[in-house]
Write a new protein. Structure first.
Length: 153
């Protein structure tokens, strides 16, 4: 995986996770003092907008990472960080699918079920992906990567 892919994916992961969790907190855990308020916090709409705008870029970069990193690791056997990778991959799929369905849910029951699935899969993805990064960093310290071969022009 190239450095720009790693940095872009990790940055977008952070952006989508932070805006999603902040939106969730503002929507479900803050009460407005105004009984006629439509939103609970002045930043609630901005967090949702940023979350929805960043998410397609997150999915796009994941597609690039899938080709350059995930496919190679799926073919390999006996990798020490494989379990967290599989869980992250599965939760990513559930998270993205439920996120897109949230935008078209027509009934309150479907909306509530999709919110539960999306929040749960997003939380699990965020925690397990963070663990995946920590494990990868520890493994890289134990087993350093070979230095890149410098080409002379």
């Amino acid at each position: 995986m190239k450095r720009w892919e790693r940095w872009t994916f990790n940055g977008l992961t952070a952006a989508v996770a932070v805006t999603g969790f902040l939106y969730f907190w503002m929507k479900y855990f803050i009460e407005s003092s105004d009984p006629f308020a439509v939103i609970n916090h002045p930043w609630q709409t901005a967090m949702l907008n940023l979350h929805v705008i960043a998410s397609p870029f997150f999915v796009l970069i994941f597609g690039i990472i899938f080709n350059s990193h995930v496919m190679k690791k799926l073919k390999a056997t006996r990798l020490p960080n494989r379990r967290s990778g599989y869980i992250s991959l599965t939760m990513f799929a559930v998270m993205v699918f439920s996120g897109y369905l949230l935008q078209v849910a027509a009934t309150e029951q479907w909306l509530q079920a999709l919110v539960a699935v999306h929040v749960t899969s997003s939380t699990v993805f965020s925690v397990v992906y963070a663990a995946h990064l920590i494990i990868s960093a520890k493994l890289a310290r134990v087993r350093p990567q070979p230095a890149a071969v410098r080409e002379v022009a």
